[in-house]
Structure formats: C-alpha cells, structure tokens
Write a protein that binds this ligand. Sequence first.
Ligand SMILES: Cc1cc2nc3c(=O)[nH]c(=O)nc-3n(C[C@H](O)[C@H](O)[C@H](O)COP(=O)(O)OP(=O)(O)OC[C@H]3O[C@@H](n4cnc5c(N)ncnc54)[C@H](O)[C@@H]3O)c2cc1C
Length: 488
Amino acid sequence: MGSASNSIAIHWFRQDLRLSDNPALSSALKSGRLLPIYILDEVNAEDAQIGDASRWWLHHSLMELNRSLKGNLRFYRGDATRILPKLAAETGAGTVSWNRCYEPWRIKRDTAIKEMLKEDGITVITENGSLLWEPWEILKSDGSPYRVFTPFYSQGRLNGRLPREPIAAPASISFAPADKYPETVDLAELNLLPRSNWTLKREPDWHPGEAGAQAQVRYFLENGLNGYKIRRNFPAAENRSRLSPHLHFGELSPHQVWHALSFKEHMPELDDDIGNFKTELAWREFSYSLLFFNPGLSNVNLQQKFDSFPWRSDAAALEAWQEGRTGIPFVDAGMRELWQSGYMHNRVRMIVSSFLSKNLMIDWREGARWFWDCLVDADLANNSASWQWVSGTGADAAPYFRIFNPVTQGTRFDPNGDYTRKYVPEIAALPNKWLFNPWEAPTDILEGAGIVLGQTYPAPIVDLKTSRRRALDAFSDLNDSRKAGVAS
Ligand SMILES: Cc1cc2nc3c(=O)[nH]c(=O)nc-3n(C[C@H](O)[C@H](O)[C@H](O)COP(=O)(O)OP(=O)(O)OC[C@H]3O[C@@H](n4cnc5c(N)ncnc54)[C@H](O)[C@@H]3O)c2cc1C
C-alpha cells in the first residue's frame, strides 16, 4: 500500500450524488487519489428495481455529477459484490468509501462487500450522508424503536444531537490516473433512459444534479417558505419545496437544507413556517426509521390484522386510477400530474391513495407499485411508509375511518380550480361550483361547458358515498372477526 498521496481511494457514489456535504467523499480524499465510481446494481436490487421516472432522473443526475468530477466518474453495471472487490484489487486501492444506505437489500449487500474488502486488507470508510439522525440514534428509553411520529421527532429534536454543520465541497480533487479500468461502461450503456412509452412531458420543470438542487433550495427559501405551514396544502401554490427527488438521490443532504433554514431564522414571522418545514423533513427521517426496523415495510402490513382485509381485485378500476380517468376530477388531476411530471403534490398524494385503498378498496401495494414506477422521487422508505399510513395498515396510521372526500378536498384546497383545470382541461369550462363533482351538475351547465359525461369526460367509476360505506363496513368486519377470534 502506498502513501496517502499516491494510493488510490475509491469513492462509491450511490444515493449521494453531490460533492458538497459528502462525508464519505471528504474522508476518501484524505486517503489518496480519488477514483469515483457508480455501479448500477440491478442484480442485488431484485424486486426493488428503480422505476422509469427515477431512471430518467438518475441518468441526468449522473451526467451532472460526472461533469463536476471533470469526466472522471467511472460507470459500472452489474453485481456490486463482484465488481467492487475486483476493482479494488486491480487498482491496488487502499481505501473504499461510501455513505450508508438503509434499504434492506442494500444493507445486506453492503455488509457483504465490507467484509470482503476488509479481508483483502482494504480500509473501508462508511459515513452517514443522508439522514439527520440514523435509525439507531432515535430510540425509546427501553431501546426499542418508535412507531409513532410525534415522540420520535421530539426525541430527535430535543434529546438527539443537533444536525451537524454541512461540510464544504472539496476545493480541489486529485484524481487517480485516467486509465481504462476494466468493465467500465459509458453512462449511455447503463440504459437508464425510459424503455417504455412513458415520457416526462414536463422535463423543463426539473433540474437534476447538485447545482439544480441548490438552486431549488434558494428558490424555495425566497418564494415558498413564507406561508408554507398553511399554503403547503394547496397544490396550485408555490409553497412546497419540490426537493424530494434531490433529497432522494442525495444531490443535497438534509443537513444542508436544515442549515439553509437558519438564514431565515432571524425573521420571527417565519417561525411557524420553518418549524413546519422541519417537521416534514423529520417525516422523512421517521420513514427511514420505520424501514430500518421493519425491513418488510414495502410489502407487509405493519398491522397484521390487515392481512385478512378483503382487498378487491378490479383491473379496470386500477387502470382508470392509473390513467386519471376515474371521473373524480381532483383524483384525475393528481394522477395526471404524476404521469406528466413524475411528481404529485403531497395533499393530492394523500387523496388519490385514500381513494384507491378505501373507495376502490384496492390493495395499497398496487398503488405503491404504480407510484414507484412514476415518481421521480420514488423512495422505498417514504413511499412505503406513506402508503401504509394513508391506507390505515401502518403502525402510526391515519385512522381507517379517515377517508378523504375528493370533492370537499378539491373545493377546500383548490378553491379557484387552477390545479384541476390545468390537468383536466376537458372540464375546465365548468364553474367552480361543479368542477369537483360534474356528475351532480345540472344538464344545462354541462351542455354549456361542452361536456357529455361518459363521452368527453368519464362518469365516476364509483359512488363516493356508497364506496365509503363499503370500506367502513369491511373495516368494522375485520375488527369484529378479530374480536371473535380473540374471544374464541
Ligand atoms: C401515498 C404517498 C406516497 C409518497 N411517496 C413518496 C416517495 O416515494 N418519495 C418521497 O420523497 N415522498 C413521498 N411521499 C411524501 C410526500 O408526499 C413527498 O415527500 C412530498 O410531496 C415531496 O414534495 P416536496 O419536496 O415539495 O415536499 P415539501 O413539503 O417541500 O417537504 C420537504 C421534504 O420533506 C420530506 N417529506 C415531506 N412530506 C413527507 C412525508 N409525508 N413523508 C416523508 N417525507 C416527507 C420530503 O423529503 C420533502 O422533499 C409520499 C406521500 C404519500 C401520501
């Protein structure tokens, strides 16, 4: 092994596609000349293969990262447990570093790789690059994990350490020689760009990569933070950060976001907005804790009683939901936003997921799968925890009887109808009063707006009242049968 100045330090980029505030990268730079790599590992990912929208994002993010690394990023495709030890041996690297990931398949794989590298005498550096508090840092006094958000957050905030200060980007990087390393492929050969008929219609709205992430934080602090607490619920408003894909791919760390807020903390009128925004960041932390302590989160009901819930199998309804053709305008607007932009506003995510799992009584896992494929921010922890929360199967779940009414929700949170009209233009001419419930509009109003229900826009695929009742009955049957089971 050579001295630090001429030995090679491999940094394995994963969910940390940035140079600033990258603890494992900073450590690697102290250990030798940098050989930065990215491995698209579809072998170990098994059923957690990333979806099309995320692939699109990843392609562009890697392109940006490679640009920041002056073209030195090496790309690999395949089984990381084979590629990484081999590369380390062939280059004679003394150090391999990465920031920790928390998906069960990654933990299993990374543990195996770490062992292999250590056996080969290589120093392995792993750091926390993506969470304010790692799951094992926030525990109840008896050492067990929290299953409810509020105490989790107050424990983290009040008793945990404060999120660390972000680390500056390296002033300069000394790269390993630009040899042709074995098995390197070009970015294009990762084949990340969509294979299906899906294309992001609103690509210009997004700027994947570290620079785009930092610009987005600045934009949000100036244009979206003021009023966030209330206005974050209104999908037509600017008061949401749209940082989720940047955080998911680690183009920006939560520490950077947390500390960026401190530049606004001298403005007392923003206290509530800042507090509320930090709470949302903490929901992300909580989801990661849930995933870490419940590795089956994406597939297993956290409340076991739901294992016998009579989910309906209804392919036509599922397809109508996916395509934004349910005839319920606020639901359709959300599903079309998702398809066109790879994103959906949080409030609308709650409404469409409640509609699927409750009004349609379709298994939440069907919805989670669709989101996984369509979201640019698809995240195993956040997606699984949120679906379980809305559908009522989660540990800390919205009570099952809380079934969002998409008509009242639309009226309340899209009062001018701007969001709904944007995504459901075929009913745009309806007056606000009937925009969210066109099936109840008088015939002359429909005619005046050029709408023929069932032709120019679908008639609703379910009656909201009846389907709500059906879901509540199924839920109370579930509880009754459990009670009977306990009694017998
Ligand atoms: C059914 C459903 C599925 C979801 N799937 C995902 C997903 O795959 N990936 C994802 O990042 N978020 C998911 N969310 C959570 C949330 O909707 C998004 O994080 C948020 O809408 C992203 O927009 P934003 O960055 O503008 O949010 P902001 O309101 O600006 O929030 C800032 C950040 O806080 C975090 N955050 C906010 N709300 C939540 C939440 N409820 N749970 C966890 N973290 C949160 C995100 O990282 C977000 O970027 C889901 C929510 C629901 C109801």
